[in-house]
Design a protein around this ligand. Structure first.
Ligand code: NAD
Ligand code: MG
Length: 373
């Protein structure tokens, strides 16, 4: 078996992230995260048929006394609802889950956020074990303790900070991940590269490393993929370790997201299945725009935008605003974003060499010029 990489997340509730091949079958690793006698595996109907039996069998082999139940919901962001949240709680009630029970979130970020929020609320908070199965969930959503569900009024409007008990990222499951989902995760990986120095100066060279390994990442080369995940988790761990509640530099993780979010909202969250950009793709475009804005404000050289664009193109991600989305409509969306105030819109801007910062009050005319290309 190949090596297991470990990343520690410090803070009031420290936990470990394990990254490696075939960890789903590691009953000892899984069982070490379970304190009580009850576990609920929450998954979606794409992931559960592929992987839930393996997790359950591995766990049961080491802990024959453990009562394990399973809740499988349909896939997709539109299932991240209060109703599904209630179903997870009902499943915990059906299991007669006690304070020491565990919720095992087996899936992408939708399952992680939903099951994590239910775990945060059942009896005011029980253990949540994150087993992320998308690249995005491995490098982003499973780490850091943010959990939430959506309301008709907007995404992630109800949630809690509830750090997991453990994160177990089995890189082998990425082989069944659809290409487009892989690339969406790679966009978030690039985000860490662009902001690397500010997140963790110890890994300042991450963007160069990504440029050296873009094709290997796209080809899901196991050792390179595992290294990328571990380095991203270390970035996220460093940031949430010093700013769990996003009062400070955790916000840097939103690089590219103000533009990206405007694109997502303006296209009506059309996403992969509605013919629009998915979140990672919108972030890819957003990061190029954010770098161009940084250059327009004199914070980065013009070449930084070109460099970022080339890397994203090698990762087969989009880098320009989709046809039909008007600059002024996108600007209006950004004005309504929670990152806007009277002085103008707040952006995360970068210098092209790995440093990023929050810049408030950016003038709309400059933003509009960048949007208009
Ligand atoms: P997702 O959970 O919808 O998964 C994407 C698709 O891939 C789904 O259809 C899923 O069934 C399928 N899938 C997952 N793993 C698979 C595998 N190994 N093989 C085959 N198919 C697989 O989406 P996502 O991109 O993982 O997560 C997006 C969600 O994450 C959003 O709701 C977002 O708000 C949330 N998020 C949360 C945080 C946080 O800090 N909590 C951070 C970023 C994103
Ligand atoms: Mg994101």
């Amino acid at each position: 078996m190949s090596a297991v990489l470990k990343v520690a997340v410090d803070g009031a509730h420290p936990y470990a992230i394990s990254i490696g091949a075939d960890l789903l079958d590691d009953g000892v690793l899984l069982a070490a995260t379970i304190r009580g006698r009850h576990a609920l595996i929450v998954s979606d109907s794409n992931v559960a048929p592929l992987y839930a039996d393996r997790v359950q069998a591995a766990l049961q082999a080491v802990r024959p006394d453990l009562t394990i139940a399973r809740l499988v919901i349909p896939p997709g962001e539109h299932e991240k609802t209060l109703q599904r949240f209630g179903e997870v709680l009902d499943a915990l009630a059906g299991l007669s889950a006690t304070r020491d029970a565990a919720v095992i979130a087996l899936g992408g970020g939708v399952i992680g956020d939903l099951a994590g929020f239910a775990g945060a609320c059942w009896m005011r908070g029980i253990d949540v074990v994150q087993i992320p199965t998308t690249l995005l969930a491995m490098v982003d959503s499973s780490v850091g303790g943010k959990t939430a569900v959506d309301l008709p009024a907007g995404k992630n409007l109800v949630g809690a900070f509830h750090p997991p008990r453990a994160v177990i990222a089995d890189t082998s499951v990425l082989h069944t991940l659809p290409d487009r989902e892989l690339r969406a995760g790679l966009a978030e990986v690039v985000k860490y590269g662009v902001t690397a120095v500010s997140l963790d100066p110890a890994d300042a060279g991450f963007l160069d490393w990504l440029e050296a390994h873009a094709e290997a990442l796209l080809a899901r080369e196991p050792a390179i993929t595992a290294e990328a995940i571990a380095r991203c988790c270390a970035f996220k761990a460093a940031v949430v370790g010093r700013d769990l509640l996003e009062h400070g530099d955790r916000a840097l993780l939103n690089f590219g997201h103000t533009f990206g979010h405007a694109i997502e909202v303006e296209q009506g969250y059309a996403g992969t299945h509605g013919g629009g950009l998915n979140h990672g793709e919108a972030v890819a475009v957003g990061m190029v725009l954010a770098m161009r804005l940084s250059a327009a404000l004199g914070l980065a050289p013009a070449s930084a935008g070109d460099r970022l664009q080339r890397l994203l193109q090698r990762l087969e991600l989009p880098t320009s605003i989709p046809e039909g989305l008007a600059p002024d409509a996108l600007l209006t969306r950004m004005r309504l974003d929670k990152k806007a105030d009277a002085a103008g819109i707040r952006f995360i801007l970068a210098d092209g060499a790995g440093r990023a910062r929050v810049v408030p009050g950016v003038e709309e005319a400059t933003v509009l010029a960048v949007l208009a290309g």
